[in-house]
Design a protein around this ligand. Structure first.
Ligand SMILES: [Zn+2]
Length: 257
């Protein structure tokens, strides 16, 4: 029964992919696409049994690689919003994430709050990070997540003008200062109903090596528990391809912080 449900979900995703293919073909020119659907992406229709795990502030040694093991065990693709400075420090970890088939997004170079940055600085932060990711993986990212979710009017216009799509989230796990995996699970249980982009952290913005053991443990539990309930886990890249089918009311919900 469980296997059947998961198969049905994959079938649904496949048909959504086909329906979305024409829209998605213009990946290089994200601007018209995002004008159609809104200013940023944070998930698909509420209640749809699909979730996207996202991890910010890496790559981070050793926690990013430990996370890759857990994701591999569950055969799930996630999305990593990386900091340019950490990619420059540990390009081989970024490459391993890419080679494992996960999506990589840009999370700025040095993690400033963009509310306080000039337009030129915002562009520089994004460009330096995309270059670092390209040097590590051979692919330029098209997904962007602002540090702290911070932006002011015009910030996402800059992002769009650089042919990138702003990605936010609807479930905040507060894993950066969680005392235990239980605490992280509590936040997931309270917020996740399906359709959401979920915010987690494989790294810390201040330095390499931030302890993310609780995030890794919580990831294993989230995947075990929600897959058992019939949820499908996809990368943001995959979730975007579902959107034309998923009738998302964009920005309809309050974002986390
Ligand atoms: Zn961050």
């Amino acid at each position: 029964m469980k296997a059947y449900r998961i198969k049905a979900m994959i079938g649904y995703l496949a048909s959504a992919l086909a329906a979305g293919a024409a829209t998605f073909a213009g990946m290089h020119t994200m601007v018209p696409w995002s004008q159609l659907y809104g200013k940023n992406f944070n998930g698909v229709r509420e209640g749809l049994k699909v979730l996207a795990l996202t991890y910010d502030d890496g790559p981070n040694d050793p926690w990013t690689m430990k996370l890759l093991e857990v994701l591999d065990k569950h055969q799930v693709q996630a999305t990593f919003f990386m900091l340019g400075k950490h990619v420059r420090q540990r390009p081989e970890i970024a490459r391993a994430v890419h080679e494992a088939g996960h999506a990589i997004g840009n999370h700025s170079f040095s993690h400033p709050n963009l509310i306080f940055c000039s337009q030129a600085r915002v562009r520089q932060e994004i460009e330096d990070t995309s270059s670092a990711i390209f040097d590590a993986t051979g692919q330029r990212p098209y997904l962007f997540r602002p540090p702290y979710g911070g932006r002011r009017p015009g910030t996402f216009k800059i992002v769009e003008s650089m042919n990138m799509l702003p990605v936010m989230w609807r479930v905040t796990c507060f894993d950066w200062n969680a005392k235990s995996a239980d605490q992280i699970m509590g936040h997931v249980h309270r917020q996740a109903v399906g359709g959401e982009v979920i915010l987690l952290h494989d790294g810390g913005d201040l330095q390499m090596g931030a302890d993310r053991s609780r995030t890794v443990e919580a990831t294993d539990r989230i995947l075990t528990e929600y897959k058992d309930k019939g949820f499908l886990f996809v990368s943001v890249h995959e979730m975007l391809q579902m959107r034309p089918e998923a009738e998302l009311p964009f920005n309809a919900r309050k974002l986390g912080d």
